[in-house]
Design a binder for this molecule. Sequence first.
Ligand SMILES: [Zn+2]
Ligand SMILES: [Zn+2]
Length: 275
Amino acid sequence: MTKKITIKEDWHIHTHFSGCSNDPEQNVQNICHIAGKSNLSAIGFADHLWQNPDKSTWPEYLAKNNHEIIAELREEIANANIPSDLQVFLGAEAEMTGFNQFSITKDFAETLDFVLMPHNHIHQNYIKKPAICTAENLINFLLDRFSICAKSGLATIMAHPMLPYGFMEFFAPGILNCSEQKMIDIYGLAAERNIFFELNSDYFSQAKSPEQHEAILKIINCAKCSGCRFTYGSDAHYPQAISAVYINEIAKTAEEAGLLQEDFANIGDIIKRKI
Ligand SMILES: [Zn+2]
Ligand SMILES: [Zn+2]
């Protein structure tokens, strides 16, 4: 009998400080209240962050997502009434625009509890796509970007790995035709640096067709074979997205891909400071 996976931590929650949320209801107090009701024991705040003083790397319309939001969020957390059985951590979702061009610096990353590193916000126009867009090219492009992010020295968790945002029609054909060994080798770059592999709620909500689901299972399976360990992230931008429905769906998908409870990271593995 397969052992059931229980997910008790959500390491990817945006707040109203993220430009793409902007929902006043998505505040620390509400989030903590809902997380408690969803039986979570730990949550990690991960707003989009553009802190690198080299502002030429910033897309202009995101310029308000700078490091000041971290100080404001820290204050909001300090003033919130947090349930005693919920642990709250402060991280950020960084960005890689061009290859090796990151939205945060190493020094700043070290002031945070954790850093989510996305390699695949390719729906954003500030990321230059391959000249010829085919399923194969796009997946290879994502694998190249994954490898650079894993080697950046900035990442704690790889955010929503391999989803080609904005180009989902290429996802299933690209992944299902991709060499397993190639994926294992690239994901191994994260595993050998103790960087965790996120099971994002978009693995359920963005990949619903049978082929897309099969592609998700292949990704998770290759990540496990490469030695990666996993975290869960709702990527919530509004309160209802911190939902037990997504948590259960992702737990079911993880079980189907052959993961066990011990494949998930413990809080102490992620948060290096004393808690
Ligand atoms: Zn993201
Ligand atoms: Zn996010």
